[in-house]
Design a protein. Sequence first.
Length: 121
Amino acid sequence: MVPVFDLVVNTVRIREGTLLISVSGELDLHSVGSLQSALDDAIDKTGEAVVVDLGEVTLVDSIALGALARASRRLRESTGSLAVAASNPDIVRAFEITSLDRVIPLATTVTEALERLRQPV
């Protein structure tokens, strides 16, 4: 039997107009609902800037990448922005393979992601 890793999603305001969503565990079809809810809440609350920290994520699938792409589009439509922090080479590779790194600013740390929010992709 394959162990199941519970997804943990936490949202905090790190400055005015900017929320940080920290995610840990496996981000896939079975757990993406938690991330989607956090993204929807963040967009409804701020509509400005959201950083998603995937530093503790061990797996990301295409469903989860799609949720991030939709959230990024919704934020851009309201003049907001989304950036992702990910240091796991497998997670970074998933963004590169799908060219999502060309749509969503991708950084290795939250600090760097915050800086990327201010720069065009």
